[in-house]
Design a protein around this ligand. Structure first.
Ligand code: ADP
Ligand code: MG
Length: 698
């Protein structure tokens, strides 16, 4: 058996492979493209393609694909073989620089929100050389961006790369002002912690709701839920351990640094965290991780559920997006420094994030909005739908000292003056574990905790990078024109703290009273659903910022709003169908059978003796009949509402109808079904219960 260091990254055309397989010139030129974002010329691309192909064929690959992330949220690939006919009729394996750099998938069925008329449906894919190519199965996968011929982005990666570029440009301006002349690039990094459920395939197959929608549409709470929290960080079951071992192997071969794994709060729930890396690579890796989790689970007779809320009443799954920004030499710009100057710089970057989160609460909220995640946010297990930030007591006190020009308690100096006094050494271990904050500072990075488990992390990071780039742009404009750098800097920091104090909240985010305070006293936004927040993508200030930084064109924003709302409507409508079907054909008949048998048993008793008591049977039959009646009525109502909602053309109106007409009716229908489940003898119930599913993996 090979050791991990021997096979780590063995399926990746990474720096080690490039160095050993490319000529010095070609390597240097490719490296420059990767590190500094320069264009790659075709002769270099040809040499890279040749080396890539030779390497891939040696590893058994027969095909290549441009791997991309369309707006459906999952990744897409269309495989082409390397095979090509030579003039003498024999077959050779070929792969050109042109094929490496650009592809034309026939991808007309991916959503474009009207950016691409179907007659010119062929968008094109373009290589992202900053994310290494890798082999999956027998296919060489080339990470790419996906655009229309008009140059409009049709994917999640293009705007992500643009947002990283915007952040780079603005952050470098700030660094120069602080006298840093050596940094070449500033990049954002992400370490996403991924939660998921594992259940057996046997259980999954018996639940049409799970199969069609990824979540259970019915199901009473299990007798043993997560009340005891004994699952959290508890011993990992053998079946799960075998899955995790296999998963790690697969991820390591792909150069994905899966690092920690443990059980999560709910039974059958687990988490995997990789070591952080550059944002676009982290995004690719997270997409791959989700895909491979499902594949590996299948090999073990299991199903990996990535839905945000597979089981009502049981903790849902999220994804924590740990985010920071650093220079190419590895200086973390969100890490307090050693010298007063470094600390002033740190405070400015910190302020840029504070301002960004407050100014663009709506964009951050909508960047994580999906039908699935709507079930989670604000459900007392995940952050609320209101965005706020947690800084920790120490930093909070520093902020207050600056804002009010008062002595900082932790400092011996009397007043904080930037660039003069030394900031206190922040105790990094003290980066308190406030688990209820949507956006928490954790010592040298921020943890954005609102992402859903199935979300691509691209969307959240596009908005985060862009919003912070915008703050930095405003700061840089002012500082570059300032006569007295230090005074202007100090004033700007103070003004930011003063203007954006409302976004900082160190208390319990799950508390009812917080939502009241946030919305009524502080004027923070509370968009509860996707239908509520998504239209705000097109608010004037948001369009101005995102187009100003060249992260999106206006047309792209319109198309994205439509696609995101379409995804929302479709997800819910796809649930309503099976719900009607299951209620009519599985649940109602089961209840009626059981009630009929109980009634027959009672009647049989009476034939023995009229005096035998039957009130228990009578009550049960009455209750079941009442529930069955409700179910029948509510199912019909849901079916007719589904038809009504399906008929709405305008996507914004349709999304509102999904929220106001469909979802509430789905809860109405679910309620009597779950009540009936608890009254019906188990052998009559037509599908596995929550308890059986959640404790199915041994
Ligand atoms: P937690 O207590 O929330 O599990 P960890 O310290 O284990 O926190 O980190 C969680 C994630 O944060 C990991 O993926 C880790 O690699 C990532 N992380 C650590 N430092 C940084 C950083 N500077 N930038 C981005 N992500 C980071
Ligand atoms: Mg975390």
């Amino acid at each position: 058996m090979k050791s991990v260091p021997e096979y780590f990254g063995s399926q990746v055309f990474d720096d080690r492979v490039m160095r050993s397989r490319l000529s010095a010139d070609v390597y240097a030129s490719l490296r420059k493209t990767i590190d500094e974002g320069h264009q790659l010329d075709l002769s270099v691309a040809n040499s890279v393609a040749e080396a890539m192909k030779t390497w891939a064929v040696e590893k058994g690959a027969t095909h290549f694909t441009h791997w991309f992330q369309p707006l459906t949220g999952i990744t897409a690939e269309k495989h082409d073989s390397f095979i090509s006919l030579s003039p003498d009729g024999s077959v050779i394996m070929e792969f050109s620089g042109k094929e490496l750099i650009k592809g034309e998938p026939d991808a007309s069925s991916f959503p474009s929100g009207g950016l691409r008329a179907t007659f010119e449906a062929r968008g094109y894919t373009a290589w992202d050389p900053t994310s290494y190519a890798f082999i999956k199965g027998k296919t060489l996968c080339i990470p790419t961006a996906f655009c229309s011929y008009g140059g409009h982005a049709l994917d999640k990666k293009t705007p992500l790369l643009r947002s990283m570029e915007a952040l780079n440009t603005q952050a470098l301006r700030i660094l120069r002002l602080f006298g840093n002349t050596t940094a070449k690039r500033v990049v954002s990094s992400v370490g996403p912690e991924q939660e998921y459920f594992l259940i057996t395939r046997e259980m999954y197959e018996k639940r049409p709701d799970l199969k069609y929608t990824g979540r259970t549409l019915f199901g009473a709470k299990p007798p043993k839920g997560q009340e005891l929290d004994d699952h959290y960080f508890g011993a990992i079951k053998p079946g799960v351990a075998a899955f995790m071992e296999d998963l790690n192997d697969e991820l390591w071969k792909l150069g994905i640094m899966a690092k920690t794994e443990h059980n999560e709060v709910a039974p059958a729930q687990h988490e995997l965290a990789p070591i952080y890396t550059t944002t676009n690579i982290a995004t690719d890796h997270n997409q791959l991780t989700m895909e491979i989790m499902q594949k590996v689970a299948a090999r073990h007779g299991l199903v990996c559920l990535l839905h945000e809320k597979p089981f009502a009443g049981v903790n849902g799954s999220g994804k924590h997006n740990n985010w920071s920004i650093a220079t190419d030499s590895g200086q973390n710009l969100l890490s307090p420094g050693e010298t007063p100057y470094e600390n002033a710089q740190f405070l400015l970057f910190l302020c840029a994030v504070i301002k960004a989160v407050d100014d663009y609460q709506d964009l951050l909220r909508l960047s994580v909005a999906t039908a699935g995640n709507d079930h989670r946010l604000g459900a007392n297990e995940a952050p609320p739908a209101v965005i706020s930030m947690f800084l920790g007591d120490e930093l909070e006190a520093v902020m207050e000292a600056i804002e009010k020009d008062i002595p900082y308690a932790g400092s011996e100096k009397t007043k904080m003056k930037l660039g003069v006094d030394v900031l206190p050494q922040f105790n990094r271990d003290n980066t308190d574990r406030n688990r209820t904050s949507p956006f928490a500072f954790t010592g040298n990075k921020f943890e954005f905790r609102m992402l859903g488990s199935s979300n691509s992390i691209a969307c959240a990071n596009i908005m985060l990078n862009s919003a912070v780039a915008e703050s930095l742009r405003i700061y840089a404009d002012r500082l570059e024109g300032a006569e007295d750098f230090e005074t202007t800097l100090h004033e700007m920091i103070r003004k930011t703290i003063r203007d954006h104090r409302r976004i900082i909240f160190n208390g319990n985010g799950y508390d009812e009273s917080w939502i009241k305070e946030a919305t009524e006293k502080r004027g923070l936004l509370n968009y509860r659903t996707t239908a509520d927040c998504m239209p705000h993508l097109l608010d004037e200030k948001n369009v101005a910022m995102l187009t100003g930084l060249k992260v999106f064109t206006e047309a792209e924003l319109y198309s994205r709003r439509d696609i995101m709302l379409e995804n929302y409507c479709k997800s819910v409508m796809i649930e309503a169908g099976p719900m009607v079907e299951m209620a009519r054909r599985m649940i109602a008949p089961a209840i009626l059978h059981y009630a009929a048998d109980v009634a027959r048993a009672a009647a049989a008793k009476k034939t023995i003796s009229e005096a035998l008591p039957c009130s228990c049977e009578v009550r049960l039959v009455e209750k079941l009949s009442e529930l069955a009646d409700q179910i029948a009525e509510r199912t019909d109502e849901l079916a007719s509402r589904l038809e009504e909602v399906q008929g709405i053309d305008d996507i914004v109106k349709q999304s509102a109808a999904v929220r106001d007409r469909l979802l509430p009716q789905m809860s109405e229908l679910r309620d009597p079904c779950d009540q009936a489940e608890q009254l019906t003898e188990r052998s009559y119930w037509p599908m596995p219960t929550y308890g059986e599913i959640l404790f199915s993996v041994k």
